[in-house]
Design a protein around this ligand. Structure first.
Ligand code: GSH
Length: 291
């Protein structure tokens, strides 16, 4: 079965992020293709697949273009038996579906006032009454889900599921706009910030995409609040890496970076830059770093 997933800009496209996280939960290799938002309107770039198409768009082996994130979740859950998109437990599954649908059709103030930006972060963001009401709605919904499913690990419905994939970009907004939330909610946001898939999506976005001016806000800036245990890494052009082979491909390590006074190499620019963006997102690099 050959599926292809077409996605948008990683830094800004919250729906694409959901589609990509769902593909991870499908537990199978799915080919991906990325559109650049600045090249042309998305619907124009996707017009070969049908009228008014948006990203994420999943092309099925039969050639059907599924361009809605809930439909993508259902399609992948139907077709890949090893997927962990929906919880096994019927009650938890029903709650996960309710949460996903609530996100899909709601939270328009949060979406409009705090557009996702995985590179720029803000502080002292004014919270309108409408935004405060949606934050309260979110907190109530998330607490309800965790309590009703007796989730043991902080995710919404037991193990990480489509419910968490759908709220990952919401966590990114709460973190990036430093929105006022309870300690319980802050911990849930933190789980996302520490999640390997979340971090890898963001790190590749930082390595390959350009933050778009139209999403920039006038609030005071602060550093993106990614939890980092290592000192910052930087790109370098001269040096001798500790490793001969790229930790990702095994090819010669020719693109260099420095971290903590140590030099490492990767086989191409993107692999180097995604590692510099967030070294801790990459288990293969962390194994090398600790070796
Ligand atoms: N209902 C769709 C929404 C997808 C969506 O709005 N995607 C945005 C990118 S984050 C898009 O493609 N916008 C282009 C447009 O609306 O023309 C879904 O659930 O996937």
């Amino acid at each position: 079965m050959t599926y292809k997933l077409i996605l948008g800009d990683r830094i800004h496209s919250s729906w694409s992020m959901r589609g990509w996280l769902l593909a991870k939960l499908a537990n199978t290799e799915i080919e991906t293709q990325y559109l650049r938002f600045e090249d042309a309107p998305v619907r124009e770039q996707l017009k070969a697949y049908g009228p008014q198409c948006t990203v994420p768009l999943l092309l099925t082996p039969e050639g059907v273009a599924v361009d809605d994130s809930i439909a993508i979740a259902e399609e992948l859950a139907d077709r890949f038996p090893a997927n962990s998109i929906w919880p096994q437990d019927p009650a938890a599954r029903a709650i996960a579906r309710k949460l996903v649908a609530t996100m899909h059709s709601g939270f328009t103030t949060l979406r409009n006032e705090c557009p996702m930006d995985l590179t720029r972060a803000y502080t002292d963001v004014p919270v309108s009454d409408a935004l405060q009401a949606e934050l309260s709605q979110l907190e109530t919904l998330w607490s309800y889900a965790r309590n009703a499913t007796q989730s043991p690990n902080g995710w919404l419905c037991g193990d990480y599921s489509a419910a968490d994939a759908f709220y990952a970009p919401v966590a990114a907004r709460i973190a990036g706009f430093n929105l006022p939330v309870s300690e319980e909610t802050r911990q849930y946001v933190q789980l996302h910030l520490e999640d390997t898939n979340f971090r890898q999506w963001r790190a590749i976005g930082m390595a390959t995409d350009t933050p778009l001016d139209r999403y920039s806000q006038t609030h005071p800036r602060q550093a993106w609040p990614m939890p980092m245990n290592l000192p910052p890494a930087r790109k370098i052009s001269l040096g001798t890496p500790e490793n001969e082979a790229c930790p990702y491909s095994g090819k010669p390590a020719t693109w260099l970076m420095e971290i903590d006074g140590r030099v490492f190499g990767m086989c191409n620019r993107v692999c180097r830059d995604k590692t510099v963006a967030d070294p801790e997102a990459w288990p293969a690099f962390m194994d090398l770093y600790h070796s």
